[in-house]
Write a protein that binds this ligand. Structure first.
Ligand SMILES: [Cu+2]
Length: 146
């Protein structure tokens, strides 16, 4: 009996710790803008929220080998995009990648992204101790965000 309760206790803590790891980075409202035939560049949007201070260091996708984190901002009256080598996410604060702002840029698309399809992403991030983890998400392809 004692052994059994000890076992269930360790099982319980195992479940708690794995749930915590999975919840560290929560991704919601992800979508990818459909592209026209011949269009080689696409964009993806999502809301990122972490329960700890983390930095997103790398994004991978199944539709292209080249994904960059971009910031879009008005500079001297001109809309410009800037590549972010990494994206710091403060704990508990939702961070939106949305049209006209931050986004994921998908380069060298092998084929058009058609509405109704899905794109898989893997986000790699590290915590403040440098521990690297990944989070996967599947994002629907849509003509617009609505
Ligand atoms: Cu861009």
């Amino acid at each position: 009996m004692k052994l059994l309760s000890l076992l269930s206790l360790s099982l319980f803590s195992l479940i708690i710790s794995s749930a915590y790891a999975a919840d560290k980075l929560v991704i919601s409202d992800a979508w990818v803008r459909a592209t026209a035939p011949g269009q080689k560049v696409g964009a993806a949007y999502m809301t990122l929220k972490s329960n700890a201070d983390i930095t997103v260091t790398k994004v991978q996708s199944n539709v292209t080998g080249s994904v960059e984190i971009h910031e879009m901002a008005m500079k001297n009256g001109v809309m410009k995009m800037r590549m972010m080598p990494s994206l710091p996410l403060p704990a508990g604060k939702p961070f939106k990648l949305e049209p006209g702002g931050f986004h994921l840029m998908l380069f060298d698309l092998k084929k058009p992204l058609q509405a109704g399809g899905e794109v898989a992403f893997t986000l790699e991030f590290k915590d403040k101790n440098g521990k690297v983890e990944t989070q996967k998400i599947s994002a629907p392809i849509k003509a617009s965000g609505n």
